[in-house]
Design a protein around this ligand. Structure first.
Ligand code: PLP
Length: 382
């Protein structure tokens, strides 16, 4: 957001900026969802709902989880919130407190550690390696577990790396997860954004013994390009979901009734929209990978999911501009913004210096021009 703010200032001063920082698809919401929202307003569905969401939305979520993830839940085991960020916040408030530790593999989505801290608990960051595909190894997990471990946050496909846990990898972690009295928070908001032969696995479906200790988190935000509608949801053990509902009822009361209508329509009828959107993302990713890997000092792994690439820029950090060394990827992102007119996000924001996060939620034309600008800016480094 800091990058976006500075980029906007530069843009308002007339500087031509290309944004690679966007964390949301650039498509309009599916017409079927928009129409359902409009109809909700017209028909007066504009009042408070149950704190955990309407039965209509919860049923649509239950159906979705059954149909697409092979997971069975009842409406009581499901809650809708104001975006997945809010869902995750509620989970942290309900599950964690002072003295608890929560394992978070890095690079991580920026809100995880702060939400754990806000609950009074301690984030335990496990730094994954590029050579392991940015996936946490069983050995790393084993070392991170202590008697204080209360939870683990798994995000597959990942923001920012695009890494996707395979079935075999989850199975390799399962023994340790089963033995430890922790709750698994499985953030699956990018589940549809897969490329090549990558497959998304819901850990709770893949390893049924883990279902009772897993909370599945998802949203309509990314899947249906509905970030502004603010609907996320969770499914998990009833006791936890009901506690989340209590917390929610004392903060936001309920997610917006209109958005709930739109989200239910998206979950039930939005599949063709998703397919069309994903075709565009596949072509963008191919373009990005090709151009990034042609750049001197940049190497970018073909990660299997999400709509981000996470190029390794460590070679560039050894170079300087106008006699001044670039000290870390935040300095590089600043340089690219000020000198190249491109807004990227430093890997440091995600706990991984030496990398940049580039979103490809823009048209191929915009991306292509932006990548040329990056190449040009890099050529100024000595
Ligand atoms: N989880 C991950 C990994 C994300 O990247 C995001 C948004 O960037 C969210 C959750 C939050 O999504 P929402 O917009 O539904 O709050």
């Amino acid at each position: 957001m800091a990058v976006a703010a500075r980029a906007k200032v530069l843009k308002s001063q007339g500087v031509d900026i290309t944004f690679f920082g966007l964390g949301e698809p650039d498509f309009s919401s599916p017409p079927v969802a928009a129409e359902a929202g409009i109809e909700a307003i017209r028909s007066g569905e504009t009042r408070y709902t149950a704190p955990s969401g309407t039965d209509e939305l919860k049923s649509a979520i239950v159906q979705k989880l059954k149909r697409e993830n092979q997971l069975s839940y009842s409406n009581k085991e499901v809650i809708a919130s104001c975006g997945a960020k809010h869902t995750l916040y509620n989970i942290a408030q309900v599950l964690f407190e002072e003295g608890d530790e929560v394992i978070i593999p890095a690079p991580y989505w920026v809100s995880y550690p702060d939400q754990v801290l806000l609950a009074g608990a301690r984030p335990v960051i496990v730094t994954t390696r590029e050579k392991d595909g940015f996936l946490m190894t069983p050995d790393q997990l084993k070392k991170a577990i202590t008697p204080r471990t209360k939870g683990i946050i798994l995000n597959s496909p990942s923001n920012p790396t695009g890494a996707v846990y395979s079935a075999a990898h989850y199975e390799a972690l399962a023994d340790l997860l089963l033995k430890t009295p922790l709750t698994i928070i499985a953030d699956e908001v990018y589940e549809k954004f897969l490329y090549g032969d990558a497959v998304h696995h819901s850990i709770a479906a893949l390893i049924p013994a883990l279902k009772d200790k897993t909370i599945v988190v998802n949203a309509v935000s990314k899947t249906y390009s509905m970030t502004g509608w603010r609907i996320g949801y969770a499914a998990g053990p009833e006791e936890i979901i009901q506690a989340m509902s209590k917390v929610q009822s004392q903060s936001t009361s309920n997610p917006a009734s209109i958005s709930q209508k739109a989200a239910a329509a998206a979950l039930l009828h939005g599949a063709p929209f998703v397919e069309k959107m994903l075709k565009a993302f596949g072509a963008r990713r191919a373009l990005m990978l090709e151009k990034l890997n042609q750049m001197d000092g940049v190497s970018c792994a073909a990660s299997a999911g999400s709509f981000y690439l996470f190029p390794n820029v460590k070679a560039l950090l050894k170079r300087s501009y106008q006699g001044r060394c670039l000290e870390g990827s935040t300095a590089l992102a600043s340089f690219l913004l000020e000198e190249g007119g491109v807004a990227t996000i430093s890997g440091e924001a995600f706990g991984a210096d030496g990398y940049l996060r580039l979103s490809y939620a823009s048209s191929e034309e915009v991306l292509s021009r932006g990548l040329d600008k990056i190449a040009q800016a890099i050529s100024k480094l000595k």
